[in-house]
Every structure is written in C-alpha cells, then in structure tokens.
Design a protein around this ligand. Structure first.
Ligand code: ZN
Length: 52
C-alpha cells in the first residue's frame, strides 16, 4: 500500500494511526483490524474485526 496514504489513514474509533499487516490495517491503539479490498482500505467500524 502507498505509504503516504497509510500515513493519513486513522482508526475511526480513536483516530490513532494504523499499520499495515498483510491485507489488513491494524489500529495501533485499539487493535481493530480493517480490511483492504482491492487496494482500498475499508475504514469502517462495522467492517472491522475486534481483537480478543
Ligand atoms: Zn482504534
């Protein structure tokens, strides 16, 4: 994924930065995992996987 795009993305819950991990973006604060579909990050709480 484009590094500049990654830098402007933030978790919609706590506005913390996210890091890329495989085909997911992981919030560095709450640990929610956001999917990337066709290269497009889906930064939606409803789509996120909650950490357990
Ligand atoms: Zn978060």
């Amino acid at each position: 994924m484009d590094k500049e795009l990654l830098e402007i993305l933030a978790c919609p819950v706590d506005h913390a930065p996210v890091r890329e991990e495989g085909d997911r973006l992981i919030c560095q604060e709450c640990g929610r995992r956001y999917p990337v579909r066709g290269g497009i990050p889906v930064m939606l709480v409803e789509e996120a996987e909650q950490p357990r």
